[in-house]
Design a protein around this ligand. Structure first.
Ligand SMILES: NC(=O)C1=CN([C@@H]2O[C@H](COP(=O)(O)OP(=O)(O)OC[C@H]3O[C@@H](n4cnc5c(N)ncnc54)[C@H](OP(=O)(O)O)[C@@H]3O)[C@@H](O)[C@H]2O)C=CC1
Ligand SMILES: CC1=C(/C=C/C(C)=C/C=C/C(C)=C/C=O)C(C)(C)CCC1
Length: 288
């Protein structure tokens, strides 16, 4: 392996700049600075594509071992293979977050492979309905609330005893600007994402005495199958968006990677005094 060097001033060497080996301690300190999540373990739901995949990739690049998950085995296998090809430390398992057995299996897999869990990032979310809020069936309400709102809390309650032991643990939820700016025809989804803002605040105060931080990211329109699907299905919205973006926004829609750096930061020691925040990643801000 190539040795690491630092330059020393010419006064010591008679040339403009000479190289001397760095001490092992300095090298490892610098490596830690580049990999702020080294030796940490992250469990991420809904992480085989889109926003969840970008977050998984970034946390792993920053040193964490990441446990990938989603509903479909072939998506899990594909995501794990892609990240392993990059030399990243990942394992994967199927987990439909709305199913208690799958949540239990996700926790067991993470513990079995990694011995503990430091971070839980809840990305999985669904929107099965474009239409009237009051026309939504009880089945639709149950599905959206089960997956989007209840599952992060139920999964966390299973992981909590293991996270508590670690020190410096944190949770990141994924809401949506639809929480602040209700999107017409997505009333049930809007409601679920507003509930997540409240869930992150409540969990933050409940877990603060245990030293566990809870924050929430609030993405705007991000270019994923889900985000673009919402835009094109709703004609009024796709007509309206370019104009709105021109007037208020950063003149572009988001990329999944736009959500990754902030989650890595929230998990890092640099965010160790930040909890209960809902952070908008939308190219515009829909609140004061
Ligand atoms: N894209 C956007 O514009 C915005 C998205 N969001 C939120 O971001 C999150 C991710 O969305 P995005 O990345 O765009 O979506 P994508 O469709 O790109 O990816 C969704 C991921 O979640 C998995 N998934 C879906 N349902 C479940 C489930 N029930 N249990 C576990 N995994 C599941 C999918 O894999 P599989 O099919 O194998 O389960 C896939 O890996 C959602 O919570 C969404 O509400 C918020 C604001 C804007
Ligand atoms: C108001 C407004 C916008 C529209 C935002 C909308 C309509 C967001 C919909 C989000 C959805 C559907 C999220 C899903 O989770 C733009 C175009 C960003 C530009 C700035 C002003």
């Amino acid at each position: 392996m190539a040795a690491m060097f630092r330059s020393v001033p010419q006064v010591f060497r008679g040339s403009r700049c000479a190289l001397v080996p760095l001490s092992a301690r300095t090298i490892s300190k610098r490596a830690d600075e580049r990999r702020p999540l080294a030796d940490k373990v992250a469990v991420i739901t809904g992480s085989t594509k889109g926003i969840g995949f970008a977050i998984a990739q970034r946390l792993a690049q920053n040193g964490a071992h990441v446990v990938i998950s989603s509903r479909k085995q072939q998506n899990v296998d594909h995501a794990v293979a892609m990240l392993k090809e990059e030399g990243l430390s990942v394992t994967g398992t199927v987990c439909h977050v709305g199913k208690a057995k799958d949540r239990q299996h996700l926790v067991a897999t993470a513990l079995e492979h990694s011995g503990g869990v430091d971070f839980l990032v809840c990305v999985a979310g669904v929107n099965p309905l474009v239409g009237s809020t009051l026309g939504a069936s009880e089945q639709i309400w149950d599905k959206v609330l089960d997956v989007n709102v209840k599952s992060p809390a139920l999964l966390l309650s299973r992981l909590l005893p293991h996270m508590e032991k670690r020190g410096g643990s944190c949770v990141v939820l994924v809401s949506s600007v639809a929480a602040y700016l209700p999107v017409p025809t997505l009333g049930v989804y809007n409601t679920s994402k507003t509930a997540l803002l409240g869930l992150s605040k409540s969990l933050a105060i409940e877990l603060a005495p245990k030293g566990i931080r809870v924050n929430c990211i609030v993405p705007g329109i991000i270019k994923t199958d889900f985000g673009l699907g919402l835009g094109v299905r709703e004609k009024t919205m796709s007509n309206m968006l370019p104009d709105l973006n021109k007037i208020y926004g950063l003149q572009r829609f988001g990329e999944p990677e736009d959500c990754a750096g902030i989650v890595s930061f929230l998990c890092s020691p640099d965010a160790s005094y930040i909890t209960g925040e809902n952070i908008i990643v939308a190219g515009f801000s829909p609140r004061l």
